[in-house]
Design a protein around this ligand. Structure first.
Ligand SMILES: [Zn+2]
Length: 275
């Protein structure tokens, strides 16, 4: 699933079309993809307007068009954005294609968990976009905010909680595993026992490096990261060479080093939450 930096990488793919006028729109027929805005609204709203550019917030996408029209969306599990030639023939997975005289801007999603929405907002980005929670790299993502997050669900396993987009926008499965690895914490560590300052610092460092590598040219983060080893069959810890462990935690695959990230001591884990 595309996470923070992968989403940023995809968003830039439409940049060459900035300033180009949308001449034609292909909107597919899959109701799930158009669950927020009916397919017919896309050609009606977009044809004749120029494309101004993209920005991201966590896993969310925002595309600006001339005259205060905004396309918001997310890539879901398998979505991707591509740039094609102006005569691109849509495949069955190309749910939205915007044609300029020089390009085709393609939103492709093989499993249709992605979605788009079209919104008029003449004075700037739509209110819902402006109301999104602070991004991890923003100054508003303070240690106090991290502490408030961790205390919200103190018994929740940290791995599961890090996937909550209301608190940690952009963090997905591999980034959460990376944070746990760099913090030497087992995925099941209760959130309430985690040092908020250390969590904030680690999350920011991971986001920053990901934006400097993956988001720029899809290059790998440093080899000392779990991320660069977890995809290999088997795979071993870059720190201690132990074989990596994998298990399913609340429906998502977790990957960790059993030596560097031992389980929390049972006595500590069974303590009742403090009130
Ligand atoms: Zn290790």
């Amino acid at each position: 699933m595309p996470e923070l930096a992968e989403v940023a990488y995809y968003a830039k793919r439409w940049d060459p079309a900035q300033g180009q006028v949308i001449r034609r729109v292909h909107a597919g027929s899959k109701p799930r993809f158009f669950r927020h805005t009916p397919a017919a609204a896309f050609p009606a709203g977009l044809v004749g307007r120029s494309y101004s550019g993209a920005r991201t917030h966590g896993k969310k996408l925002l595309f600006a068009f001339q005259g205060g029209l905004w396309l918001t969306g997310h890539l879901g599990m398998t979505g991707e954005l591509l740039l094609g030639p102006p005569d691109h023939a849509p495949t069955t997975h190309d749910h939205l294609v915007l044609y300029t005289p020089r390009q085709a801007l393609i939103f492709r999603d093989s499993r249709m968990f992605g979605a788009v929405r079209l919104e008029e907002s003449p004075s700037g980005p739509p209110p819902a976009w402006l109301a999104l929670p602070p991004e991890i790299l923003s100054p508003s993502f303070t240690t106090a905010r991290a502490a408030a997050a961790l205390q919200r669900h103190p018994r929740s396993p940290l791995k599961a909680f890090l996937l909550d987009q209301d608190w940690f926008p952009g963090i997905g499965n591999w980034m959460a595993d990376e944070a746990l690895y760099q913090l030497h914490l087992h995925p099941a560590t209760p959130s309430g026992t985690v040092d908020p300052a250390a969590l904030r610092k680690t999350l920011r460092a991971i986001c920053q490096k990901s934006m400097q590598t993956i988001a720029v040219d899809w290059s790998d983060p440093p080899p000392s990261w779990l991320m660069t080893h977890r995809w290999k069959s088997g795979g071993s810890c870059p720190r201690c060479r132990s074989g990596l462990a994998r298990d399913t935690l609340r429906g998502r695959t977790a990957c960790w080093c059993p030596t560097c990230q031992p389980p929390t001591a049972p006595a500590e884990a069974s303590n009742p939450p403090k009130h």
